[in-house]
Design a protein around this ligand. Structure first.
Ligand code: PLP
Length: 378
C-alpha cells in the first residue's frame, strides 16, 4: 500500500465506523450465533498471495459484525493463531484444529508475559504433582524449592518472570557460540536435585537478544523430559523467520516444548502489541489462573476457550483483527519476502563492516542482527 492507497483505505474505515453509528438502532444487541461460526466463514489457512483491501473490509460485515466483539473476538483469534501456527509448521498439538481442543494459541501483550504465564502454569503443575506424591507437603514447602532454568544469554524478562513467580532462577552456561545445550542443563538440574531443590521449568531461547544465538532444542528437549521440566521456547524476535522454509530447521525440537512464543509485532509487520503464544495443554494455564465468579459466567462455557483464563488480565482487546489484516493484505509470500530482504540487508551491512579495517565482527551474524565492534577498544 502506498500513501495514497493508505489514505483511501483509512477513509473507507472511517466511513465504515460512521455508517455503523448511523445504523446502530437497527442492529442486534447480542449475536444469535452458535460457537464455531467463524470457521465456516473463512479459510483454514493463511493466504499465500496478498488480498485487496476491499476484500478485507468487505469481510468485516460478512464475518465479524454478525459475531460483534463476542464471540468474534475469541473465534478470530483461534483461527488466526492456527493460520500462523501452520505457517510455522508447529506440531499439531499446538493447533486448535488438530489437537482435539487440548492445545491452541493465544495473543499475549509481550514475550515477557508469555514467559511468565508459562512459568505460572509450570509452577501449578509441579505443586500439584508434589502434593499428590506427598499430601503432607504445603504449597510453601514446595514453592520455596522450585528452580527454573534458562541460558546465561536469555533475555532478562525470563529472570524477571522468576522474580514475579517467586521462584529461584538458575542461569545455565552457554557454549562459545552462546547456545545452551542439554548437557549443561542436565548438569545444573542434577546439582540442584542433589541439594533437595525442585527443578520445574526451562526456557530455551531461539534468537537471543544480544547476538541472536539459538539454544539447542534437540538436546534440551530430552533433558527437560527426563527431569519432567515444563519447557518453554522464547523466540520473541527470530520466530517470524521460521515461516521461511530455509530457517524452519532452527525450530526443530519444538515438539518437546510445552509452549512456544514469538512476537509478530517485532518482525512480522503487525503493530504493537501482538505476542503469539501456543500451548500444548491449555488446561494447565487455565488451572493456574481460573477464577469463576457469578458475574463472569455465561451460557456457552466450555464450548469455546475462555481466553480470560489464558492470561493475566481479564479484559481483552480484539488484537487478532490486525493479525488477520496483515496476513491477508501481505499474504505469506510477501511476508517471507520482507523477512528475506531484511536478512539480506544485514548480510550486506556485515560485508561493509568486514571491509573496514577499523571494525571486527566478533560473533557470526544471524537473521537481521550484526554485532560489530571497534578493534582499538579490544
Ligand atoms: N525475549 C527475547 C529473546 C527478546 O529479544 C525480547 C526483547 O527484545 C524479549 C524476550 C522481551 O520481549 P517483550 O518486550 O515482548 O516482553
Amino acid at each position: 500500500m502506498d500513501s495514497e492507497q493508505f489514505k483511501a483505505a483509512a477513509r473507507d474505515m472511517v466511513d465504515y465506523v460512521a455508517g455503523y453509528l448511523d445504523t446502530i438502532e437497527s442492529r442486534r444487541v447480542v449475536p444469535d450465533l452458535q460457537p464455531g461460526y467463524i470457521k465456516e466463514l473463512i479459510p483454514d489457512h493463511a493466504p499465500e498471495d496478498a488480498e485487496p483491501w476491499s476484500a478485507v473490509l468487505g469481510d468485516l460485515d460478512r464475518v465479524i459484525m454478525p459475531g460483534k466483539s463476542s464471540p468474534a473476538c475469541t473465534e478470530l483469534e483461534m483461527v488466526t493463531l492456527d493460520w500462523l501456527g501452520k505457517l510455522l509448521e508447529l506440531p499439531d498439538e499446538f493447533l486448535f484444529s488438530a489437537s482435539g481442543g487440548k492445545g491452541g494459541g493465544v495473543i499475549q501483550g509481550t514475550a515477557s508475559e508469555a514467559t511468565l504465564v508459562s512459568m505460572l502454569a509450570a509452577k501449578t503443575r509441579m505443586v500439584k504433582r508434589k502434593k499428590s506424591e506427598n499430601p503432607d507437603l504445603t504449597d510453601i514447602d514446595i514453592i520455596g524449592k522450585l528452580v527454573a532454568y534458562c541460558s546465561e544469554n536469555a533475555h532478562c524478562s525470563v529472570e524477571r518472570a522468576g522474580m514475579i513467580a517467586g521462584v529461584k532462577m538458575r542461569l545455565v552456561p552457554s557454549d562459545d557460540e552462546f547456545r545452551m545445550h542439554g548437557s549443561s542443563l542436565d548438569e545444573a538440574v542434577k546439582e540442584d536435585l542433589a541439594k533437595g531443590l525442585i527443578p520445574f521449568h526451562v526456557s530455551a531461547t531461539l534468537g537471543t537478544t544480544d547476538c541472536c544465538s539459538f539454544d539447542d532444542l534437540l538436546s534440551i528437549g530430552p533433558v527437560a523430559q527426563k527431569h519432567e521440566l515444563y519447557m518453554h521456547i522464547d523466540a520473541a524476535y527470530a520466530g517470524a523467520a521460521f515461516i521461511c522454509p530455509e530457517y524452519r530447521h532452527l525450530l526443530n525440537g519444538v515438539e518437546f516444548a510445552d509452549s512456544f512464543n514469538f512476537n509478530p509485532h517485532k518482525w512480522m509487520l503487525v503493530t504493537f502489541d501482538c505476542s503469539a503464544l501456543w500451548l500444548k495443554n491449555s488446561s494447565e494455564i487455565v488451572d493456574a489462573f481460573n477464577v469463576d465468579p457469578i458475574y463472569l459466567k455465561h451460557d456457552q462455557q466450555g464450548l469455546v476457550p475462555d481466553y480470560r483464563h489464558w492470561q493475566i488480565p481479564l479484559g481483552r482487546r480484539f488484537r487478532s483483527l490486525k493479525l488477520w489484516f496483515v496476513l491477508r493484505l501481505y499474504g505469506a509470500k510477501q511476508i517471507r519476502a520482507h523477512l528475506r530482504k531484511q536478512i539480506a540487508l544485514a548480510e550486506r551491512f556485515a560485508q561493509h563492516v568486514k571491509s573496514d579495517a577499523r571494525f571486527d565482527i566478533p560473533v557470526k551474524n544471524h537473521m537481521g542482527l550484526v554485532c560489530f565492534r571497534l578493534k582499538e577498544l579490544y
